[in-house]
Design a binder for this molecule. Structure first.
Ligand code: ADP
Ligand code: MG
Length: 367
């Protein structure tokens, strides 16, 4: 690669005018909002009024509503050197829909607010909204509003998602009890490893801008990092199987931290087994090349956006057909603590973000 593009092949922060670059000033605030939101489709009759008035109007259809919000800051939550804006728009919606799914509810609407500087062109924001619209279609949510304001420098994205469920369907973090089976969907640790690959390629590129980044070989973990999916499919399948998890959370901070939240709020302990924690085989090998213990990427990596949930043991049969759900352990009395049994048969206390506590020799370098 001989030009000055980052590993993702784009450079949204270029100061130099490029061909096809439209300055934000060409539109003005209201024109920009109209331009960015003109392709917004409403998919639900439950959205009575979307973008365009002082507030959106929603019909909860007699159900309870859930509301969740996430703030994404450039330099803290994402790095535009390797994050394509389409993916960022998609991820901003997906992570909020994931929080709604973790309540066993269905997301219906989202709002999206932006802080932008003139470093961004209209085309860059169009790319962001392409991702937003793609996620809205994929997760069947309506974009019903937002706010647009200028920021001195960094990009700020705030998304709020609104969802619905009946009282019987809603699942909280606090409903688990001793003996419940601990289940997790998909595999864990890949998003964290994807980030490691992107960071590695970024530092290679900063030193040798002409070197082609090696991304294709790791498209799975990179995709898990840049464009995560919310597991709304599982919520639908729970309904079909007549299965109501007793407690649930989405894995955003890492299995350790999120299991500790379930245990803390449910007032239980837990015992999980290392050998049952799902890790993609290629990611297992990739972790080793980073000199990391693969189980640590699953326990402490985060951003997997899989669902971690507990079911009553008598509901185990209802999990039949859920081929991508693993039972990784069982809830225990609170006094027994929250532990992992390693493949070697040793038991360790789980600590949130506990790299250094579990396997000190594999702690990442601080430099
Ligand atoms: P107000 O002055 O009431 O804040 P705005 O002019 O900011 O209204 O917004 C006009 C309409 O456009 C509202 O429906 C608002 O929700 C929507 N909107 C504003 N910014 C965005 C955005 N970035 N994405 C989607 N909708 C937006
Ligand atoms: Mg406004």
């Amino acid at each position: 690669m001989s030009d000055s593009k980052g590993p993702s092949g784009q450079n949204p922060s270029a100061d130099k005018p490029q061909t096809g670059r439209t300055e934000l000033s060409a539109f003005g605030e209201f024109g920009l909002i109209r331009h960015l939101t003109k392709n917004t489709e409403l998919q639900h009759g439950l959205t009575v009024k979307g973008i365009g008035d002082d507030a959106a109007v929603l019909d909860p259809a007699g159900k309870l509503q859930v509301v969740t919000t996430d703030l994404l800051l450039e330099g803290i939550h994402f790095d535009l050197a390797y994050t394509p804006l389409q993916h960022l728009g998609y991820k901003a919606i997906a992570v909020n829909v994931s929080d709604v799914a973790a309540m066993n509810a269905e997301a219906r609407q989202v709002t999206l607010s932006l802080g932008i500087s003139n470093r961004f062109s209209v085309e860059a924001l169009e790319a962001l909204y392409e991702g937003v619209h793609a996620a809205c279609r994929r997760f069947k949510v309506d974009l019903v509003g937002g706010d647009t304001t200028s920021s001195r420098q960094g990009l700020v994205i705030s998304v709020t998602a609104i969802g619905e469920a009946t009282e019987d369907e809603l699942v909280y973090r606090n409903g688990a009890s001793q003996g419940d089976l601990i289940c997790v969907s998909g595999d864990l640790g890949a998003a964290y490893l994807g980030l490691q690959v992107l960071e590695r390629e970024k530092s290679v590129w900063l030193e040798h801008p002409t070197v082609q980044p090696e991304l294709e070989a790791h498209s799975y973990p990179i995709g898990r990092q840049l464009k995560p999916e919310a597991r709304i499919d599982l919520v639908a399948r729970f309904r079909e199987a007549g299965l109501r998890p007793k407690a649930m959370i989405d894995v955003s901070d890492g299995l350790s931290s999120d299991l500790l939240h379930l245990c803390d709020q449910s007032n239980t302990g837990a015992l999980i087994r290392e050998e049952d924690v799902p890790i993609d085989p290629a990611c297992y090998e990739l972790a080793l090349t980073f000199n990391m213990d693969p189980i640590n990427t699953a326990l402490n990596g985060g951003e997997d956006y899989e669902l971690l949930f507990c079911i009553a043991p008598e509901d185990k049969d209802k999990l039949e057909g859920f081929t991508d759900v693993a039972i990784i352990g069982q809830m225990a009395p609170a006094e027994e603590g929250v532990k992992i049994e390693t493949k070697g048969g040793n038991r360790h206390e789980l600590v949130a973000g506990g790299w250094n506590h579990l396997w000190p020799q594999n702690a990442p370098k601080e430099d």
